[in-house]
Design a protein around this ligand. Structure first.
Ligand code: ATP
Ligand code: MG
Length: 190
C-alpha cells in the first residue's frame, strides 16, 4: 500500500445480467493477487453502451442477484452507487464519488479484455486515468489488450472461464440449466 493510503479498493463494474462464475472468479483472484482490501461489484444503472441494443433487466433485480452471489464471500461487496446516482453510469463519476468519500483510498478498476479494448471510448476517460489503476484480466475468446501509455496498468491471470451473461440469458429463455454457471443463490433469485 502507498504510504498514507487508507485502503486498496477494487472497482469491478458491469451490467451483471446475470452475475456468473466468470465475474466471481475475476473478483476473488484480482483481490488476492493485488492484495486489495475489498472489491466492489458496481452494478451499472443504465449501461449507456448497451441501452437500445437489447432489453436489460431492471437495475434493482440485477443488484439483488449480485448481492446473492457475493453474500458471505470475504472481501467482495455489491455497490449500489450507480443506482443511487441514477441516469447513465459513467465510471469517471463513480470513481470521483468513491474518492470524495475517502480521498486516501487507492482505486483499481478491474476490466475483462473485451471491456479494456473499449476503454478509450468511455466518457471522460482522462478522469478515469487520473483517478485509478487499470487492472486487466484476459477473457477467453477476446484478444489481449496492450497497456495504454501513460496509464497505471496491471495485468492479472485468472482462470479462463468461457461464460457470458448473454449466453446465460439464452439458456434461461430456452429453459436450459444455469446450475454451476451461476451460484445456486443466484439460480434461486432468477
Ligand atoms: P454480457 O454478455 O451481457 O455483455 P458479460 O458476461 O460480458 O455480459 P458484463 O456485465 O458485461 O458481463 O461484464 C462485466 C465485466 O466482467 C467486464 O469487464 C467483462 O469483461 C468482465 N467479464 C465478464 N465475463 C467474464 C469472463 N468470463 N472472464 C473474464 N472477465 C469477464
Ligand atoms: Mg459484457
Amino acid at each position: 500500500m502507498v504510504a498514507g493510503a487508507s485502503e486498496r479498493l477494487g472497482i469491478f463494474g458491469g451490467t451483471f445480467d446475470p452475475p456468473h462464475i466468470g465475474h466471481l472468479a475475476v473478483a476473488v483472484n484480482v483481490r488476492h493477487d493485488l492484495a486489495l482490501d475489498r472489491v466492489l461489484l458496481v452494478v451499472n444503472n443504465l449501461p449507456w453502451q448497451k441501452v437500445g441494443s437489447r432489453d436489460i433487466s431492471p437495475a434493482e433485480d440485477r443488484l439483488a442477484r449480485v448481492e446473492a452471489a457475493v453474500a458471505g464471500v470475504d472481501g467482495l461487496e455489491v455497490s449500489r452507487i450507480e443506482l443511487d446516482a441514477g441516469g447513465s453510469s459513467y465510471t469517471a463519476d463513480t470513481l470521483a464519488t468513491l474518492l470524495s468519500d475517502d480521498p486516501d483510498r487507492e482505486l483499481y478498476v478491474i476490466l475483462g479484455s473485451d471491456a479494456a479494448a473499449g476503454l478509450l471510448t468511455w466518457e471522460r476517460v482522462e478522469e478515469v486515468r487520473r483517478q485509478a489503476t487499470v487492472v486487466v484480466v484476459e477473457r477467453p475468446g477476446t484478444p489481449a489488450v496492450p497497456a495504454l501509455p501513460g496509464w497505471r496498468w496491471e495485468r492479472v491471470e485468472v482462470p479462463s472461464l468461457e461464460v457470458s451473461s448473454t449466453e446465460l440469458r439464452g439458456r434461461a429463455e430456452d429453459g436450459r440449466p444455469l446450475d454451476y454457471l451461476v451460484t445456486h443463490e443466484v439460480v434461486a433469485c432468477i
